[in-house]
Design a protein. Structure first.
Length: 250
């Protein structure tokens, strides 16, 4: 359990895609590439009717981008590639013709909030507090912003983006529409996810694919938009402010 991975299993026509990293499920570039590829392939796999996105471990769903990689960015091109990692996963989720159910068992930060927001239906435990911490280090939630705003509205997204030190409770995220249900335990969450995902498998895949298009209407420009946003972050990460801030985390 100490090596990063992305793995997919299929049970009763549900494709479970799980990612893991020993550093609180933070996601370095190579794991993000694998995650985007796995989601895209699952979208084309006829054996899968519905996808569940989950992470390994117990208390943290995803701590966002890998700090170790962030600290080592020294030019704009590398910065853009780094921040494009989450953009590519969000776009893979957006374009996937199948419903993606999020299973969020614990705290989620930064890019992790973006992943949760890009699912079509997201279920969580009461431990799944969320935080957009990017402003803390002198950047902003530019890449994940559109996905988060789509779920929380501009007001909710602005609130957590500006209040970058605060974890907002799972209850708050439920009230804002990011989570559809919040459970007392991971066991209860897993049971509910399984029941809901398997129920969806009984429906017409064509109807679900058309519904998915309807849900994501107005996001057709995200390939370009998220690339532009990645470039903004890639520039900001080189600023004196951010470089100085990151030194404190070394």
């Amino acid at each position: 359990m100490d090596k990063p991975y992305v793995k997919q299993t299929i049970e009763n026509q549900v494709g479970y895609i799980e990612f893991f990293h020993p550093a609180h499920n933070s996601l370095p570039g190579d794991v993000l590439v694998k995650l985007a590829e796995t989601i895209t392939e699952a979208g084309k796999n006829d054996a899968i009717k519905v996808i569940v996105l989950k992470s390994g471990g117990d208390r943290t769903f995803c701590a966002g981008a890998s700090f170790n990689e962030l600290i080592n960015i020294n030019d704009e091109a590398t910065g853009k590639v780094f921040f494009s990692g989450f953009a590519n996963v969000i776009n893979a989720m957006r374009k996937c013709p199948k419903f993606i159910i999020g299973r969020v068992q614990g705290k989620t930060v930064g890019g992790g909030v973006g992943l949760a927001s890009a699912t079509d239906y997201c279920m969580a435990t009461k431990f799944a507090a969320i935080k957009l911490s990017e402003l803390n280090i002198g950047i902003g939630p530019f890449v994940v912003g559109p996905a988060v705003q789509r779920k929380l509205g501009l007001s909710g997204m602005s609130q957590i983006a500006m209040d970058a030190n605060t974890f907002y409770s799972a209850e708050w995220a439920l009230n804002k529409g990011l989570f559809t249900q919040v459970f007392e335990s991971t066991e209860a969450l897993d049971e509910a996810v399984e029941i809901f995902a398997e129920k969806l498998c009984n429906y017409n895949p064509e109807a679900m694919a058309e519904m998915k298009k309807m849900f994501w209407k107005g996001t057709e420009d995200w390939d370009i938009l998220l690339a532009e946003r990645a470039a903004i972050s890639g520039t900001l990460v080189l600023s004196e402010f951010t470089k100085e801030t990151l030194k404190r985390f070394k």
